[in-house]
Design a binder for this molecule. Structure first.
Ligand code: C5P
Length: 316
């Protein structure tokens, strides 16, 4: 048996780790006929991971552990990890099920792509467990069916996403960026945040004009990433959804102000929020900001990026 045969042969127990993401830049275009918006996103995968353990089982099931309260998550067929496993089983004509155990550390409904990370990790875990041997491109195609951010959770690193956010091209990023993330006690619904942006644009159309039909990531962002320059990147962090997220959760304005007054280079709401990501100059500044935000009673964690996408970390 060759090394690649052994990678493709079925396993008994597989653990896959997938990262959360920050949108460094997020431009939102018009609402499309399918209910999605054309977007342009600069994604960075950060060192905050969910882990999916997959074992053979006759049916499909999921349980949760980890640092995040998962009591509100549904564990039926609507769960994104179960949908990922059943989609792969259908595609590969696999006739049995899987028992999934997910250690959740990425906030739920937090704008960091936690559900997408679970979906991506489940695809990789079941592919290894069942020995289905799908290519990376085939897995990316399945991920895109599960959610706009799921392909990026597979790819990881730093990338530009266009279309619904799922058409990816890797971006060159030098060095490591140091982030402090502030979680909110209550999540925000992604469709509601997009809808709030649409309403705002409609109300103010005479003043602000139509949205850019083909949104794009600013060239300054790509240059800052290539140079690995946190100061330049901080100056061009941007999110079209931020104002909408702040309307739905006005407490985020205070968080942004506090972080920027306490040593962050800049802060931005990640994706549809409510997680706020603060970019800092280096590891020491991140530590200082973490301590100071925690002392103010906020739930803050540190993370670095970029990190790889969904990967097998153990198989037996
Ligand atoms: O793909 P995902 O399930 O993560 O998207 C959740 C919701 O976010 C969509 O149903 C849609 O309302 C909104 N969305 C959007 N445009 C995108 C991505 C998401 O309007 N490009």
């Amino acid at each position: 048996m060759t090394a690649s045969d052994s990678l493709r042969s079925p396993a008994q127990d597989v653990v896959v780790r997938a990262p959360g993401k920050i949108n460094l830049f997020f431009a939102v275009g018009d609402l499309l006929d399918d209910g999605y918006h054309e977007v342009a996103s600069a994604y960075q995968a950060v060192s905050l991971f969910d882990e999916v353990r997959a074992r053979h089982a006759p049916d499909f099931g999921v349980t949760f552990t980890g640092s995040i309260d998962t009591s509100d998550l549904l564990t039926d067929g609507s769960n994104l990890a179960i949908r990922a496993a059943t989609l792969l089983a259908r595609t590969a004509d696999y006739r049995s099920g899987v028992a999934l155990q997910i250690e959740k550390n990425i906030p739920i409904a937090g704008g960091m792509g936690g559900g997408s990370a679970d979906a991506a990790a489940t695809l990789v875990a079941c592919d290894a467990l069942w020995g289905t041997g799908l290519s990376r491109d085939e897995l990316l195609g399945l991920a895109a069916e599960l959610g706009a951010d799921a392909p990026f959770a597979l790819l990881g690193g730093t990338a530009i996403g266009t279309g619904r956010g799922d058409q990816l091209s890797p971006a060159l990023a030098m060095g490591t960026f140091h982030w402090v993330l502030v979680y909110s006690a209550t999540g925000l619904s992604t469709p509601q945040v997009f809808a709030a942006l649409d309403e705002h644009r409609e109300r103010h159309a005479p003043d602000i004009g139509p949205a850019d039909p083909i949104p794009h990531v600013s060239v300054e962002v790509l240059q800052a990433l290539r140079a690995g320059d946190a100061h330049v990147l901080a100056a061009c962090l941007h999110n079209d959804l931020q104002a909408a997220a702040l309307t739905l959760d006005p407490s985020l304005a205070r968080v942004l102000e506090l972080g920027e007054r306490s040593g962050a280079l800049a802060g931005v709401v990640s994706g549809s929020g409510p997680t706020v990501a603060f970019l800092t100059a280096d590891a020491d500044s991140a530590l200082g900001l973490h301590v100071s935000l925690s002392a103010s009673g906020l739930h803050a964690v540190r993370a670095t990026g970029p990190v790889p996408g969904a990967r097998v970390i153990s198989r037996a």
